[in-house]
Design a protein around this ligand. Structure first.
Ligand code: EPU
Length: 419
C-alpha cells in the first residue's frame, strides 16, 4: 500500500493539465456494450477505476485495449452476468445495467452495496428499467433484470436527494435500443450526461435534451461503432483550483471547461480568491485574507458534492464561521475527523459541518477514506506546516491521474512511498 508524504507550506505555482473525466469515461465505456462494432474513447485518464471497468467489460466478453490515453472496446459477443467479486470493488459498475438491458434484454449484476459516503440505493435504476418493461428482481445479492422487449415510456427519475446521475445514464442507454420514445423527467443535468448523449448520438442513437431535466430518447434498431473524446474532469479541475486558493498560490488549469464548474469558481471568488478566465485560460490565485462562506451541495449546476470535502479544507483558512451542508449523500463527512488531526476546528450538526477559521494546520499522519475525502486531506497537507502522511492513497488513484506528479510540477513537496 502507498502513502503520500507531503511537506506543506509551499504555495502552488504553474500550469496543470486537466485529465479526461472519470465520471464521463465510465458510462462511455459501458455504452460500448450497446454495439457489436468497435468503439474508441479518447482522453481517457489512467485511473484504477477506469482500468477496473475495463476488466469487468473483459469478463463480460468484450475486447478492451488501452493505448496511451485511448481505449478501444469491441463487444462482439457478450454475456449478461457481472460477478460480485468484480462489481463490489466499484460502485460505478451499476452503469452496466442499462447497456446490458439494451443489448441483451437481460442483466445480472451484483448489487454494489453501500460505501463510506452513504447507503447508495439503486431503486431509481430499477424503476427506470421497469418503466421500459423489464421484470426486475433482487435475489442472492444480484439485480436480475429481463425483458422480452423494451418499450419506450415516460419515467420520472427524481429521488429523495434529487435526480440520479448513473440512473439517468442507464435509462438513456437502455432506451436507445428500445421500441418507441422514452421521456426521462427529472433527469440529472450533469455535463457527463451530455457527453454520454453525444457519444450515443455518434453511435446512431437519437437522444435530445441531455443537460436539461427532460431527456427524450427515440429508440433505434441498432447502434454502430464510433469514436469520441471524453470531456475534461471538472472535479479534478475544481480540486486544483481549491488547492491553488488554499495554498495562496497561482495555478493555471489547461484544458479545463470553466463552464462545467461555475458553482465552485463562483464560491472561490466569493471567499476572496481571484479567478481569471482570459483567452481560454483559467487561472486561480489565492489571496491572504479569505472570507467564510456557506456552501450547500446540490445536483448540477449547484455546488458539487464531489468538491465538498476539498472546499471544507479551504474554509479552515477563512476568517470566521463557514457552514457546509451536504444534501446529496448522507454521510459524506469522513474527512472531518481526519482534518481535525491536522488541527481543523470543525463540528458536525446533522447534515452540516460548522468550520471555524482560520486555523493553523500542522502536519500529521491521516487516513484517506474515500476519493474526495483523500483530496481534502492532500490539500490539508499542502497547507499544513511540517509533514503530513496521507495513508491508503489507492482511493486517490481511483480518481486523480498521477496527482503526486502534477502537484510536484506545481512546486509541492510531495512523494509517494510504500508503507
Ligand atoms: N439515489 C437514490 N436511488 C437511486 C440512485 C441514487 O436514492 O437509485 C440517491 C443517492 O443515494 C444520492 C443521490 O440519489 O443521495 C444522488 O446519487 P447519484 O445516483 O446521482 O450518484 P451516482 O450516479 O451513483 C455519480 C458519481 C459520484 C457523484 C454522484 C453525484 C459516477 C461514477 N459517480 O454517482 O461520483 O458523487 O454522481 O454527483 O459518475 C466520485 O467521483 O467521487 C463520486 C462518488
Amino acid at each position: 500500500m502507498y502513502s503520500l508524504i507531503i511537506n506543506g507550506g509551499v504555495p502552488l505555482h504553474g500550469e496543470v493539465p486537466i485529465s479526461g473525466a472519470k465520471n464521463a469515461v465510465l458510462p462511455l465505456m459501458a455504452a460500448c456494450l450497446l454495439t457489436r462494432e468497435p468503439c474508441v474513447i479518447r482522453n481517457v485518464p489512467d485511473l484504477s477505476d477506469v482500468q477496473f471497468l475495463g476488466r469487468i467489460l473483459t469478463s463480460l466478453g468484450a475486447k478492451v485495449r488501452f493505448a496511451g490515453d485511448s481505449v478501444a472496446i469491441e463487444a462482439n459477443r457478450i454475456q449478461s452476468f457481472a460477478d460480485y467479486d468484480l462489481v463490489r470493488r466499484m460502485r460505478g459498475s451499476i452503469c452496466l445495467l442499462g447497456p446490458l438491458m439494451g443489448r441483451l434484454r437481460r442483466a445480472e449484476i451484483s448489487l454494489p452495496g453501500g460505501c463510506v459516503i452513504g447507503s447508495r440505493p439503486v431503486d431509481l435504476h430499477l424503476k427506470g428499467m421497469r418503466a421500459l418493461g423489464a421484470a426486475v428482481a433482487i435475489a442472492g445479492g444480484y439485480v436480475k433484470a429481463r425483458a422480452k422487449r423494451l418499450v419506450g415510456a415516460e419515467v420520472f427519475l427524481g429521488g429523495r436527494a434529487g435526480p440520479t446521475v448513473l440512473g439517468t445514464a442507464n435509462v438513456m442507454m437502455a432506451a436507445s435500443l428500445a421500441d418507441g420514445v422514452t421521456v426521462i423527467q427529472s433527469a440529472a443535468c450533469e455535463p457527463e450526461l451530455v457527453d454520454l448523449a453525444n457519444f450515443l448520438n455518434a453511435m446512431g442513437a437519437r437522444v435530445s435534451g441531455a443537460g436539461s431535466p427532460t431527456i427524450v430518447i427515440e429508440g433505434v434498431k441498432q447502434l454502430h461503432g464510433a469514436e469520441h473524446a471524453a470531456i475534461p474532469d471538472r472535479i479534478e479541475a475544481a480540486t486544483f483550483a481549491i488547492a491553488a486558493a488554499a495554498t495562496r498560490g497561482e495555478v493555471t488549469l489547461t484544458g479545463a471547461r470553466p463552464d462545467h464548474f461555475h458553482a465552485v469558481l463562483d464560491k472561490l471568488q466569493e471567499v476572496g480568491a481571484r479567478v481569471d478566465r482570459r483567452e481560454g485560460r483559467l487561472t486561480v490565485k489565492g489571496t491572504r485574507e479569505l472570507q467564510p462562506s456557506d456552501v450547500t451541495t446540490q445536483p448540477y449546476a449547484g455546488f458539487p458534492t464531489d468538491a465538498q470535502a476539498q472546499m471544507m479544507t479551504l474554509m479552515t483558512q477563512a476568517r470566521g464561521i463557514s457552514i457546509i451542508t451536504e444534501r446529496i449523500f448522507e454521510s459524506r463527512f469522513m474527512h472531518v475527523s481526519e482534518l481535525a488531526r491536522l488541527g481543523a476546528d470543525i463540528t458536525i450538526e446533522g447534515p452540516s459541518a460548522v468550520v471555524k477559521g482560520p486555523t493553523k494546520l500542522s502536519g500529521a499522519p491521516v487516513m484517506a477514506s474515500d476519493l474526495r475525502a483523500s483530496a481534502a486531506l492532500v490539500i490539508g497537507g499542502l497547507i499544513a506546516r511540517g509533514q503530513t502522511r496521507v495513508r491508503r492513497i489507492y482511493h486517490l488513484d481511483r480518481g486523480y491521474e498521477r496527482i503526486d506528479e502534477k502537484l510536484r510540477r506545481l512546486g509541492a513537496r510531495v512523494k509517494r512511498v510504500q508503507e
